[in-house]
Design a protein around this ligand. Structure first.
Ligand code: MSP
Length: 540
């Protein structure tokens, strides 16, 4: 597609911050692991949106291949029926429930995808990047991946080989199919990684890819002819395209590749592909090589997250905790759910989930540190100033320290969440500020100052409460990408919109640090409790 390559260099449109999640296999319903990557992508895009940038967040479903076909057959329905049902009844509703603000949802069975995929591979075929050959080797249907000897474990039976990820026997494939000249791209890829040291993150993921590509890359088998649930090769319809080569292209087909050059120029290359570390090679080796072959620009970053673990193993369909995302949200609420996984597990490393840890963080961080601060401040403005926010007429060094703390928190959170994808660190920076404000109130003791009816006493009390409310104003903005419903409640309770600041969504990260934005005179109301006391843990 020469047209797209031309348009990507016009430079007439402002690029958008484009974040993608992997597109998920619909052989089963979504679990905590899928939700983990999707929530991270949502927080990242909401953060950039809050910066005032144009953003685009894409998620979707991967619907072709043998794994889906076999699942549908086992359930006695056609693969398309199976996919339609799972997408509409499981995947889309969960993302909606978790407040995922994706701008598009791509399904690989949609015509807008399959037609472009055919053009893309035809183009590679025309360029001589694809040739016919024979393949024989092990394949794991669970991974939908051709395996190398190093990826296999010995099984119990003589000569049996197991996939190291799924611990299930691999299948021996022997067929004539088409190959992509991946081997030709090794040196170009290494050159690209060297010139773009931030392309693969974290460093452990980058090293793994470098080690892999430094060995000789083999050509990639990209077609199958023993089943037909896939995109037919345009020049040989007896073959369907290998599911990964089909799936990876979702990132460009959804962005207007081949149909909407202007939109494509605005969106492509993607800013961040979020992936689990299990699918790193596809995104950091095969996908860039395919794009190079097509003459398209490469994504700016591929960031691998670690695994949610259960009993020391990756959480997966066959290895679940028995806890669905909705079991947690019905107990802790959606916002606490979004908060917990990003706060508790440093992004990029593996982490275990535990109900006890979640409860402990909920109570100490969300309910006590943050929720109580919000309700105490609103209650005091109600009690001492009839709910009308007073002006800070006697601000001194203690108040300056709070304002300075905010400046530090905004800079740290913006760098960590917006740039480094260190969600845990960024959220911690905001909560350090919340702790600072709690400490400020403990020191200033407004409940004691309230007993002093003199003008000086009133002015002191007004200053303390203004300072705390203003700190909450900024906190609402900073936590909005992580906990949107809670931030909205806080914004409403501060009366910020009606007092002239406008909607929470219209606030920017940069102005969050402008001390004194919340106008005195705002109507502060107590509103509902942000993080109610938890019920007993439901019986397993
Ligand atoms: N369909 C492919 C991806 C194609 S992208 C062009 C696929 N799908 S998947 O449904 O099996 O898993 C996709 C992603 O879900 C993983 O890479 C990861 O981002 C996320 N996770 C699945 N299980 C996970 C954990 N236990 N922990 C963290 N993330 C996990 O692979």
């Amino acid at each position: 597609m020469a047209a797209t390559a031309e348009h990507s260099t016009t430079g007439s449109t402002t690029p958008a911050y484009y974040v993608s999640t992997p597109i998920y296999y619909v052989n089963d319903r979504p679990h905590l692991g899928h939700a983990y990557t999707t929530v991270a992508g949502d927080v990242l895009t909401r953060w950039h949106r809050q910066r005032g940038e144009k953003v685009w967040f894409l998620t979707g479903t991967d619907e072709h291949g043998q794994k889906i076909l076999r699942t549908a057959e086992a359930n006695g329905v056609s693969p398309q029926e199976w996919c339609d049902k799972l997408v509409e009844e499981e995947w889309k509703p969960l993302w909606q429930h978790l407040e995922i603000a994706n701008d598009d949802f791509i399904r690989t069975t949609e015509e807008r995808h399959t037609a472009r995929v055919q053009e893309f591979v035809q183009d590679l075929h025309d360029k001589g990047e694809i040739y016919k050959g024979g393949y024989s080797g092990p394949y794991c249907v669970g991974c939908e991946e051709y395996k190398l000897p190093a990826d296999l474990l010995d099984g119990a039976a003589e000569g049996e080989k197991l996939c190291a990820v799924h611990k299930r026997p691999v299948e021996w494939l022997e067929e004539e199919n088409y190959f992509f000249r991946l081997s030709a791209y090794g040196p170009k890829l290494l050159e690209f990684y060297a010139a773009n040291p931030d392309f693969i993150q974290p460093a452990s993921a980058r090293n793994e890819v470098l080690r892999f590509v430094e060995q000789d890359l083999k050509d990639l088998s990209i077609s199958r002819s023993t089943f037909n649930w896939g995109v037919p090769l345009p020049w040989d319809e007896k073959h369907v395209l290998y599911v990964w080569v089909d799936a990876l292209q979702n990132y460009i087909t959804a962005a207007g590749y081949g149909t909407d050059p202007e939109r494509f120029a605005e969106l492509w290359p993607a800013s961040v592909h979020l992936v689990g570390k299990d699918i790193l090679r596809f995104h950091a080796v095969i996908w860039p090589a395919m794009l190079m072959a097509a003459g398209l620009p490469l994504p700016k970053r591929v960031v691998a997250n670690g695994w949610l673990m259960v009993g020391g193993e990756k959480m997966s369909k066959s290895n679940l905790t028995g806890i669905a995302p909705t079991d947690l949200t019905s107990h802790f609420g959606v916002d606490a759910y979004r908060y917990y996984f990003l706060r508790a597990i440093p992004f990029g490393t593996d982490g275990s989930f535990s109900w006890e840890d979640f409860s402990a963080r909920y109570t100490s961080e969300l309910a006590n540190d943050f929720g109580n601060l919000a309700s105490r401040v609103a209650a005091m403005v109600g009690k001492y100033f009839d709910g009308v926010l007073p002006a800070a007429t006697a601000a001194g060094t203690a108040e300056q320290a709070v304002a300075d703390g905010l400046t530090v928190a905004v800079a740290a959170a913006d760098r960590k969440i917006g740039e480094e994808l260190d969600f845990a660190g960024g959220i911690a920076a905001v909560f350090d500020f919340v702790k600072q404000v709690n400490g400020y109130l403990t020191e200033q003791e407004p409940w004691k100052v309230a007993k002093d009816d003199s003008e000086e006493g009133r002015s002191r009390l007004a200053t303390i409460l203004y300072t705390a409310a203003e700190a909450l104003r900024a906190t609402a903005v900073l936590l909005n990408p992580v906990m949107p419903a809670t931030a909205e409640k806080l914004w409403a309770s501060l009366g910020a919109d009606a007092a002239g600041l406008g909607a929470l969504s219209a606030q920017t990260v940069a102005t969050a640090a402008d001390w004194g934005r919340l106008p005195a005179g705002a109507t502060v109301t107590k509103g509902e409790i942000l993080f109610p006391r938890l019920e007993e843990k439901p019986a397993a």
